[in-house]
Design a protein around this ligand. Structure first.
Ligand SMILES: [Zn+2]
Length: 269
């Protein structure tokens, strides 16, 4: 029984191969056709039949490899399935593949939807699921206790700061993850981007990320309380330094976090 992490050359995106009893379960296989092929070869080399493919959320970089494993059951959380059904992620895969000159295996499919918050039998594993909203509304963490491993999608990365679609949700998720890491720590924590962590390392990242989101909250809320306009409060938010650097899209993602923080505090109309 074992688990290994693969890293894409794009954004250090993580894929996992979980193996037991001659069966393989993949988490977020990605990103290019060639990289999916490397994961498939490794499964072959280990004598594994890949019976399930899981996705942590519907962002294109996490679901673009599902189609490379047509024989496996494609398993996602209910909200991820709903978002995939809109066709948006398939469009995002096409656009991003064109923009980055990537060959991808095709649109993602869903064979099985998971209720989130309870355990499921997936391939040879009992897999616990935990809703992680904040980066996207559909994020799901997968915990495989037999492997002492927790996959957390786009949270707890050492190579990105938080990218929040909803700041209040993101803070609640980080607080819940920190609590879990203190009280019931897994040995390995695998984020969607960048290297895996020990529980202690993951906890330090959760605390730093949470401190950043609270700094952002307090700066914007403070400005508004002092009578700032939305534009002035946005400028105050933009001056808040994230907890770590990210390789690409830093300015855009910082601005998105500030807009999300403003939406938490101010009606849009
Ligand atoms: Zn991602």
């Amino acid at each position: 029984m074992h688990a290994e992490r693969f890293e894409s050359r794009w954004w250090q995106t993580s894929s996992l191969l979980l193996a037991a009893s001659g069966e393989g379960v993949l988490v977020d296989p990605c990103i290019s056709l060639e990289e999916d092929g490397r994961i498939a070869s490794r499964a072959d080399e280990l004598g594994l039949r890949v019976t399930a493919v899981l996705a942590t959320h519907a962002d294109w970089d996490h679901v673009c490899g599902i189609a490379a494993f047509p024989e496996a059951e494609a398993v996602v959380g209910e909200l991820t399935a709903e978002w995939l059904a809109t066709g948006e992620p398939a469009r995002a895969i096409e656009e991003s593949a064109a923009a980055h000159g990537l060959e991808t295996p095709g649109p993602p499919r869903v064979d099985r939807r998971l209720a989130v918050g309870v355990a499921h039998q997936i391939g040879p594993f009992t897999v616990e699921t935990l809703a992680l909203t904040g980066h996207t509304p559909d994020g799901v963490a997968y915990r495989v206790r037999a492997l002492d491993l927790l996959a957390v999608g786009d949270h707890l990365s050492s190579v990105e700061f938080p990218f929040a679609s909803a700041t209040a949700d993101y803070r609640a998720t980080l607080a819940a993850l920190a609590e879990l890491l203190r009280r019931d720590p897994p040995r390995r924590v695998v984020p969607g981007h960048g290297p895996e962590h020990t529980a202690a390392e993951a906890l330090a990242i959760a605390e730093a990320d949470l401190a950043y989101l609270w700094r952002l909250h307090d700066a914007v809320a403070g400005a508004l309380a002092d009578g700032a306009t939305a534009d002035d409060a946005r400028a105050v938010g933009l001056a808040v330094e994230p907890c770590r650097e990210a390789p690409d899209g830093l300015a855009e993602m910082r601005a998105r976090n500030v807009d999300s923080q403003l939406h938490e505090l101010l009606p849009e109309d």
